[in-house]
Design a protein around this ligand. Structure first.
Ligand code: AMP
Length: 282
């Protein structure tokens, strides 16, 4: 396994690969790796000649300084986890200074409005930070294929827009959500949940499953009201939003159309830890 902590060293190494005209798979992460991340790496391994995994906690996408400060950083353990599935992966774990060169700011992006929905409304500046780091990483790695989880479905759509609008030469591949046995979507933030909280957090996925079932016969508004009321009963959990939205535009579904694909999206706080999840309703 090759581990690089500086972009200049990584690009010097990648130069020998770019010339070979091989497929390079790229999995960008913020570390604290779990089975969800590893499922993306496994897909990349199956589809590419070379594989790059980045581990970088990107400061510009955090709108809450406490969240950034408390974000788990476990580089050595992460490297060992990657090694269990891949002995020749290229790991890129740069410093903030190496990436931002003293100017830790976001660029401003226009994603045709999808940045103003859900996560965009509740995390001001988040998608500018995501666009900034993803574009920088794509320019450094120059991957053929890049893998993103549907766990962050809005982010996946944002990255597809970023690529289309900037005419970037990379295929964006969405990967299914990996879950704990109780249905909780795997997330690096789950590390901060107590055992009791983790247990209770299964209500998030259960609500999504019931929402999916109800959406067959009820309106989006009725389903949303049902979810809001049922979650209100749980005092340990605060609902930030529940939305049923068009999968492409991410606009709230007012009236169902047979020709559109819909998804339910949820964000909750459990003990001040923010968790998000989503499910396809079609
Ligand atoms: P993160 O380290 O949280 O920035 O995530 C890195 C990548 O892994 C993103 O594309 C996420 O959507 C993806 N990811 C995170 N959790 C999961 C999961 N439970 N299942 C599938 N993909 C995930």
């Amino acid at each position: 396994m090759q581990i690089f902590k500086e972009k200049a060293l990584l690009t010097a190494y990648l130069k020998t690969i770019w010339d070979k005209n091989c497929a390079i798979g790229f999995v960008p992460t913020m570390g604290a790796l779990h089975q969800g991340h590893l499922s993306l790496i496994k897909k990349s391994l199956a589809e590419n000649d070379y594989n790059v995994v980045s581990i970088f906690v990107n400061p510009t996408q955090f709108n809450n300084s406490q969240d950034l400060e408390k974000y788990p950083r476990t580089l050595e353990i992460d490297i060992e986890k990657i090694r269990t599935i891949c002995s020749d992966c290229i790991v890129f774990a740069p410093s903030v200074d190496d990436i931002y060169e003293g100017k830790t700011n976001s660029k401003s992006f226009n994603y045709d409005g999808i940045e103003h929905e859900m996560e965009g409304k509740h995390r001001p500046g988040h998608f500018d930070g995501v666009g900034t780091i993803v574009k920088k990483l794509f320019e450094i790695v120059k991957p053929t294929n890049a893998y993103f989880g549907e766990k962050d479905f809005q982010q996946l759509q944002i990255v597809k827009k970023l690529v289309a609008k900037n005419d970037l030469k990379v295929n964006i591949i969405g990967c299914p959500i990996f879950r704990e046995a109780n249905g909780l979507a795997m997330s690096s933030r789950n590390e901060r949940l107590s055992i009791k909280d983790r247990d209770e957090a299964s209500i998030i996925y259960n609500s999504l499953l019931t929402a999916k079932e109800k959406f067959g016969t009820k309106s989006a508004n009725e389903v949303s009201n049902w979810v809001k009321h049922s979650l209100e009963k749980n005092k340990n959990l605060t609902l930030e939003y529940f939305e049923i939205a068009d999968e492409t535009t991410l606009k709230t579904c007012i009236r169902k159309s047979k020709h559109k694909k819909y998804r339910a999206f949820i964000a909750v706080f459990i003990d001040n830890i923010r968790l998000i999840d989503n499910i396809s309703l079609n």
